[in-house]
Design a protein around this ligand. Structure first.
Ligand code: SER
Length: 994
């Protein structure tokens, strides 16, 4: 056992020892460069840039978690490598799944959510001997690490998988001079590397580094010691882990290595913690600089870090690198809940611990500054990073306001809940309430599954929740429930697999080949030509039954050997077409894809005596007009997507739908909402791209090529095929206007779109806007309609001053134009629609202001006449006034208080009726008030009773002296009758009680 004192002595000794070997320049930047120079220049490897941390083509992992991810297909033999030996430094994220370091981040000095992995690969080239030699030489000769600090491990074999001990590797290490007592075997857990639940895998050999280096500590390897850590993993990829858990041998043998860059830097800079190296110190210093009110970072861990401040420094620094990387690579919290939770954790730390708003965004600048030269996409996308951080911080703050108060109430009942961060998991509130209703004695598998499935709580949050409310929680049971659910959903989808499909497969019917859907070209006369296709009817399906023949006008589906029609995919609607047979025509109204079988739905047109039989041969023709309209709309969708990104920065496509009439694009915009000016600009930009007549090129690429582009628009969360991926590209000289992976069909030149208009815009929640666009004829029509209606509105605007004395005329004109714009189905460009509506609103306001002045004058005059007894009305005499204030103006309200104010010394009731709404007001001067005669009683027994209204008090005044009847809608045909009755009742009341 080493005592603390002896450790200190050892460390001093060690430092001297290391310094002797290490070059003077040991900055992280130089260390990374040395690795690359060694492999690329000295050892003839090719550089392959780091892939984005978003796995475009691999649904089995949520983030790129190792350097080998981008080479997975080469390993399993599905892709040809461009080079046989490559190297790079890869951005990696480990926050979930098989390799998950999230929960320990901050508690030690060497686990991270984001790290850089230095790697070299051999694709069927060198294998074990050279891989070990290359690594050993780099560490000893280039980095000058002392060999007595290094240990190596190798795979001890596994009976169950029938894998033998890797003695070959053991011997290689011996031949390289590693002492036998430093070559240690380990089992599956440590020395058999797997990317995830499935995929390429193989035995590995690891190089570990001893920070102490005093005695042989091989017995402490893989025990999680901070000063004895794994440095380099060299994997011999020979197998594939299959879905059923079995292992199969791969066609070729490959090498996949990964060295933790931050750990290597710590060793070379002689630090025990990665946070003390220059891969992190710049960030820790940036936090200190931004938060001078707080204690500085002291590098304390565990209990010594009593207030968790140093741990918070570490978490924030770690997470900032992860967040910045993800956002630079186009990942959005909208789509990735893990990223959102980690961002919220940072907002929470910066608010609660570091007490500094905007800290996260500020720190992201430092990360970009530090890593941007290695990963230029960070520099390129800095405004996107900022925009999303700002947006998320705002969402977080709003959430904070609403969730914290509710959670605060719940916490009052149970102080321990305080340790749960409701902002990281807002569904804790309904989940906790639900639990309180259930009052369980434990959180068993079933309850935990509900918390997971219904409320979306992570197992780690469920664990914390269970602890806070002192309930035992069976995490293992939850994992079992999750497995069962996974299996069930798989079974369900299998059952859903149509019976027909099953039958087709049993009969070994070949899948429908639809490659010809892309066989079209533009002729010199600018028309599109779609190749007709000879097809054979393989099956006829009527009412879900396979039949031998079908007669005229019966709706059915034909399964053909091949097709040139497009089946709905990537949001694009399916084609229409016709099949010409010898004696009949089949009208295809739609196609449906059942796995790889394509059904052509429609009707047969032929003589009533004719039947179409299986095996008939015909010619399939695409409905040209329909398809061309779809192609125009699809290319326009791409243009809209890229113009929006260019204009609004961070955006993320949620869904799209392309039909022959219009297209719809739902897109999240992280920032201010779209304005009319934005819309106008978008239309202008797209129309100018159309008029520039740019070629739309389609090329076939594979997943490796896909990773070479970083100006590509992808749908976050979408998994793209690894092979035969279609890339649709529009360029103006060398400038990329739009570049999207897409399986749809497009026009070959932007000029074919003819014209573009946005005809609908609707916000669906805070960030997502739903846009509808039209092209070609529809767009021209929309534009024409737009200018027509604009002209009408402008005309009206001009007549306002002439008609100022006729507010009703103006109001009717406004109402009629407004309903023409809103209610009609007419296609109108959104910005024209909104501009016109705004103009109409302005006219309305103008009319109202003028009408108000006129009305006030009218009221004054009318009431004076009443007082002077000039108005002939049965209900007025010198002792009281009951008056119907008749106005022809269409106004929202009539200011009755203006009328009653003029009759200060006399009980008065005034009634008005405008725009189908009756109003009444009653005032009784104090000297006339008696127990029976008050304003409220008078009104109650007359107007309120007759119109079935209700009384509202006037603020600050007694209802005995003054009160109103709440405005009430009354049908015009009932008006005269009800008015008469109410006034009669008012007079009767006055006669009786005044
Ligand atoms: N794929 C291996 C790892 O991640 C070696 O790079 O450890």
């Amino acid at each position: 056992m080493i005592t603390t004192t002896s450790k200190t002595i050892i460390r001093q000794h060690v430092t001297r020892n290391i310094c002797k070997y290490v070059n003077s320049d040991r900055s992280a930047r130089v260390i990374r460069q040395k690795f690359l120079d060694y492999f690329l220049k000295d050892c003839n490897h090719q550089f392959i840039r780091s892939s984005p941390v978003v796995p475009y083509c691999d649904p089995s992992v949520a983030f790129v978690n190792a350097g080998m991810n981008q080479f997975k297909n080469i390993f399993v033999g599905n892709q040809e490598p461009k080079f046989s030996k490559v190297a790079n430094s890869q951005k990696c994220i480990r926050v979930g799944g098989k390799h998950n370091d999230l929960n320990v981040v901050g508690t030690d000095g060497y686990h991270h959510t984001f790290f850089e992995m230095l790697g070299n690969w051999s694709f069927g080239d060198y294998f074990k001997t050279e891989a070990c030699e290359l690594a050993w030489k780099l560490l000893l000769d280039v980095y000058k690490l002392p060999s007595d600090r290094l240990y190596v491990t190798y795979f001890e074999g596994d009976e169950k998988l029938e894998l033998e001990e890797d003695l070959e590797t053991k011997e290689i290490w011996q031949s390289l001079g590693v002492r036998p007592d430093r070559i240690i075997p380990f089992g599956l857990n440590e020395n058999f590397w797997e990317m995830g639940a499935t995929g390429p895998c193989g035995p590995c050999t690891e190089i570990h580094y001893d920070h102490i280096g005093f005695e042989n500590r091989s017995n402490l390897l893989n025990k999680g010691l901070f000063d004895l850590t794994e440095l380099w993993n060299i994997v011999f990829i020979e197998y594939n882990r299959n879905i059923d858990g079995s292992i199969s041998v791969l066609p070729n043998k490959h090498v996949d290595t990964g060295m933790g860059f931050e750990r290597l830097t710590a060793i070379l800079q002689d630090k025990n913690s990665n946070y003390d190296t220059d891969t992190f110190t710049y960030l820790i210093e940036a936090i200190e600089k931004n938060c001078p009110h707080l204690e500085k970072y002291k590098g304390l861990y565990g209990e010594k870090d009593w207030n968790n401040l140093d741990t918070s420094y570490r978490i924030l620094a770690d997470h900032l690198r992860m967040i910045t990387t993800c956002l630079a690579d186009g990942m959005v919290p909208e789509q990735n809940q893990k990223l959102r939770r980690i961002m919220r954790k940072c907002f929470s730390l910066s608010t609660n611990v570091f007490q500094k708003d905007g800290l996260v965004k500020e720190l992201s600048n430092y990360v970009v500054d530090n890593l941007g030269h290695v990963y230029p996409e960070m520099e390129r996308n800095i405004s996107q990073i900022h925009q999303i951080i700002d947006y998320e911080e705002e969402v977080y703050k709003d959430l904070q306001k609403s969730a914290e108060s509710e959670w605060g109430e719940l916490v009052k009942g149970n102080e321990k809940l305080k340790h749960l961060d409701v902002l990281e998991a807002p569904s804790l509130i309904p989940a906790y309430k639900d639990l309180m209703k259930l009052k369980p004695k434990e959180i068993n598998g079933e309850i935990a599954f509900k918390l997971y499935d219904t409320f979306g709580l992570d197992p780690s949050v469920i664990e914390k929740l269970a602890m806070s409310i002192n309930l035992p929680f069976d995490k293992k049971q939850l994992m079992i429930e999750l497995e069962i659910a996974k299996k069930k959903s798989k079974q369900k989808s299998e059952i859903r697999m149509n019976d027909l499909l099953h039958q087709f497969a049993l009969e070994s019917i070949p899948k429908t080949c639809d490659n010809s859907k892309y066989n079209y070209r533009k002729l010199e006369n600018n028309n599109y030509e779609f190749e007709p296709l000879k097809v054979k009817v393989l099956r006829i399906i009527h009412h879900n039954e396979v039949v031998r023949k079908i007669g005229s006008d019966t709706f059915c589906s034909l399964l053909l050997d091949k097709t040139n029609l497009y089946s709905e995919a990537g949001g694009q609607a399916s084609d229409k077409g016709i099949i010409q047979f010898d004696k009949a025509i089949f009208d295809v109204t739609e196609t449906e894809k059942l796995n790889s079988y394509i059904l052509h739905k429609g009707f047969l047109k032929c003589k009533s005596t004719y039947n179409l039989c299986v095996d008939s041969v015909g010619t399939l023709l695409v409905d040209k007009e329909n398809r061309i309209s779809i192609m125009k709309n699809h290319t326009a969708t791409h243009l809209l997507n890229s113009v929006l990104k260019q204009l609004k920065g961070a955006t993320c496509q949620k869904s799209s739908k392309v039909t022959e009439n219009f297209f719809n694009l739902d897109i999240a915009i992280f920032g201010p909402k779209l304005t009319i000016t934005d819309i106008e600009e978008i239309e202008y930009k797209i129309n100018s791209i159309i008029s520039k007549k740019l070629d739309v090129e389609t090329m076939i690429i594979d997943s490796q090529k896909l990773l070479e582009y970083d100006d590509i628009i992808t749908v976050p969360g979408e998994i793209y095929p690894e092979e035969n991926l279609r890339l649709v590209e529009i360029k103006e000289k060398d400038r990329v206007i739009s570049r999207e992976p897409c399986c749809g069909t497009h026009v070959t030149n932007t000029s074919d779109i003819e014209h573009f208009s946005l005809v609908k815009m609707k916000y669906l929640g805070r960030s997502t806007v739903s846009l509808n666009g039209v092209t070609g004829h529809n767009s021209k029509m929309a534009t024409e309609n737009g200018s027509e209606i604009s002209d009408e509105v402008n005309m009206l605007k001009k007549t306002v001053s002439e008609n100022i004395d006729k507010p009703d005329v103006l109001n009717i004109a406004v109402a009629s134009l407004r309903s023409k714009i809103i209610a009609s189905e007419t296609l109108l460009p959104v910005y024209i629609k909104q501009k016109c509506l705004k103009d109409l609103d302005d006219i309305s306001k103008q009319v109202k202001t003028i009408a108000k002045v006129t009305l006030n004058e009218f009221i004054d005059m009318e009431m004076q006449n009443v007082l002077d007894s000039k108005v002939q009305t049965t209900y007025s005499n010198k002792k009281y006034i009951i008056h119907y204030l008749r106005t022809s103006m269409i106004l929202e309200t009539v200011p009755l208080q203006r009328a009653t104010k003029m009759c200060k010394n006399i009980p008065v009731m005034v009634i008005s009726y405008t725009d189908n709404v009756v109003q009444a007001r009653c005032c009784v001067p104090k000297k006339f008030c008696t127990e029976n005669f008050t304003a409220d009683k008078w009104l109650q027994e007359s107007a309120v009773k007759v119109f079935e209204g209700c009384i509202t008090n006037v603020k600050g005044q007694s209802e005995k002296l003054v009160c109103n009847m709440k405005p009430k809608r009354v049908n015009i045909q009932d008006w005269d009758y009800l008015l008469k009755h109410s006034m009669q009742a008012a007079q009767e009341f006055v006669d009786k009680y005044l």
